[in-house]
Every structure is written in structure tokens, then in C-alpha cells.
Design a protein around this ligand. Sequence first.
Ligand code: AOF
Ligand code: ZN
Length: 362
Amino acid sequence: MNDYDYMNLAISLARSTLGQTSPNPSVGAVLVKDGRLVGTGVHLEAGTPHAEVHAIRSAGSSAKGATMFVTLEPCSHQGKTPPCADLIIASGIEKVFVATTDPNPLVAGKGIAKLRNAGIDVEVGLCREDALQLNEKFFHFIQTNTPFVTIKAGISLDGKIAAKSGDSKWITSPESRQDVHQLRHEHDGILVGINTILHDNPLLTTRRPRGGKNPIRIVLDTKLMMPISANVVQDRSAKTIIFTGNEIDLERKKELETLGVTVLPQDSPRIKVKEVLRTLGVLKIMSVLVEGGSEVHASFIEENAFQQIIAYIAPKIIGGSNAIPFVGGVGPELVKGGHQLHFTAIEHIGPDLKITAKPLTE
Ligand code: AOF
Ligand code: ZN
């Protein structure tokens, strides 16, 4: 095991908690002394001890003189828990490898400075790219106060999400559909348009083999057409928030609220995506998975309000000019008016391809 292997171990620990630490980042830490692993730790949930605390506790007296590998800069502030930097200093750790600094304004370099001032040797940047990718949702949220947005769609090779009748069952394979449950687990919110509710009556919950965290359900429903009988209203396994315009039936609003649904009318007849994201940020929703339909995708893309697109592409052609495209809306006159992205990952999932694309500026 070399330095790189130990940092990778810390990153793997952190990765195993993706989806369960929000609004905190996923962080892993390991302690090494005399070429032996003497401690491991991972942050499990917001409000509970940080990764460094678990690693130091597990090492006991071996922490003195050890080297720590941690995926994020140790905190220097008193938050829901005491500062990790103080504990690292008190425990006699001699050297700390930090994969990436913490952009949280409460920390932002102060943790590293504190360690160095105490005479600890700190090296920053080992496996930085992996550590940045691991916490991309946290980094985006802490810097913008709005959620990281993933647009997800299961599409045919010709870019359709449904046939002309609206039928969409099923374009992608069971393996791809299972993978989507991991995505739901890793996002705080799941957002759809009212047409998806009216057409598919989905539950929008996470069904992974060993269970998972249900995201908060968010529905864009301009005219408040949400049926009382909809699964997202009747099923209580996750919270549901409905964004509407300002021309809605107040009786229906009251009825939905009695059933535990939050209805948030906006101050204009139409819903503005950027406003929705600002409100979700205030609610500490760090990430949102946008799952359709076509017009909702278009509104996020037209507003440049997304950080990544994940497309599961099935080896199937649906065809037909009236089949439903992945992205609706009006579209630009010229190709150069389109949105330039770059592919960041390509994976085979069963018979399908899973392609991740991000805007060039991100
Ligand atoms: C670390 N190690 O394992 C994590 C850190 O309210 P608190 O006390 O939980 O602090 C939350 C902030 O601490 C969070 O926004 C992020 O900046 C940092 N998270 N820091 O040293 C950890 N999870
Ligand atoms: Zn900490």
C-alpha cells in the first residue's frame, strides 16, 4: 500500500455513504503508522461525528505519530460537531494528506492553516479529481445555495422517451431501471412535471435491493391539477412538494395540505425554474434528480439550470415524428443555438449505454 492506495481507501469509504450525509459531504479518513493501517473512519450522517473523529477513536493510542489520509479538508469551525482540526492536533498526528480543500466559507482553508500552525505537515491534492467528483453535489450547493441538478432520461437510440401514444413501458432494460434507484438514493429531491403524474402515476420512491433513502418528491404543476388519488399524495413514504403558478383552486390546495402535501404557489402565472431552485436551496435540498417529462427537461435546459445529464440509451428505435423526444420545447433555429456539453462517462448497463454529459463550463 502506498500513499495513493491509502487515499483511495478513504475515498472508497466516503463513496459508500453517498446519498446519506446531506446536507453534509461524504468524507472518509484512514490512519497509518509504521506501514500499518491503524484507524478508519467515515462520516455517516449530518449531525453525527465527522470521518476524522471515527478514525482517531478507532486508532486509540496509535493515533499519536500517525499519518492521516482524509478526502476533505478537516473542519476548523464549531458546527453541529466540534472542529476536527483541534482533535487532530490534540491526538498527536504528525502528517495529514488532504485530497481537496473545503469550499464551505466556514472552513475554506482555515482547517489546513490551523493544522500547519500547530506544526503538522499537511499535503493537499492527492487524488483531488476523484475527491471533487465524489462530492460534486455538496461543492455545487455550498457555492451557489441552489441544488445540483441531474436530468435523467431513459431513451431509445433515436432520442425518444415515449411512443406517440405516450406509452413508455419499457424503453430501457430492467438493469438500467435498477440503476436509476441508486441515482434516486443519491439525490435529495426528485422532480417531475404534472403530466408525468397524470400519465404514469409514479411513486417516485427508491427501491434498491437493500433499501434506500427516498428523495423528497417535487412536482411542477402550474394549474394545480394534482389528483388527490395520486400515488405521490397518498403514499406517505416521502414528503411531496408541489410548485404552482398563482392562478390555482385554493380549495384543492387546502385539501392537499390536509393530506400532508406542501403546496408552494409562485407569484406569477408560470413557474420559473430558477425560482424553484432558489426555494429548494433554502429548504437545504442539496441535489435534485429531474425525471421528466419532455417539457420539464426543456425548461431546465433552456435556462441552463442543470449540472449533468444522465441518459440511459436503449438499442431500440421507436421512430415517428410524433413520438415524444427527450427534450421538448421550441428549440433553436440553428444548431449553434444548441447547448454544448461534453461526455464525462460512458458505461454499459445490461444491453443499454449509460452516458453522463456535463455543460462545458462546469
Ligand atoms: C470534516 N469531516 O467528515 C465532514 C466535514 O455541522 P457539522 O459540524 O457537521 O459541520 C458540517 C460542515 O463540516 C460541512 O458543511 C462541511 O463543510 C464539513 N464537513 N468536515 O472535517 C467530515 N463531513
Ligand atoms: Zn470535521
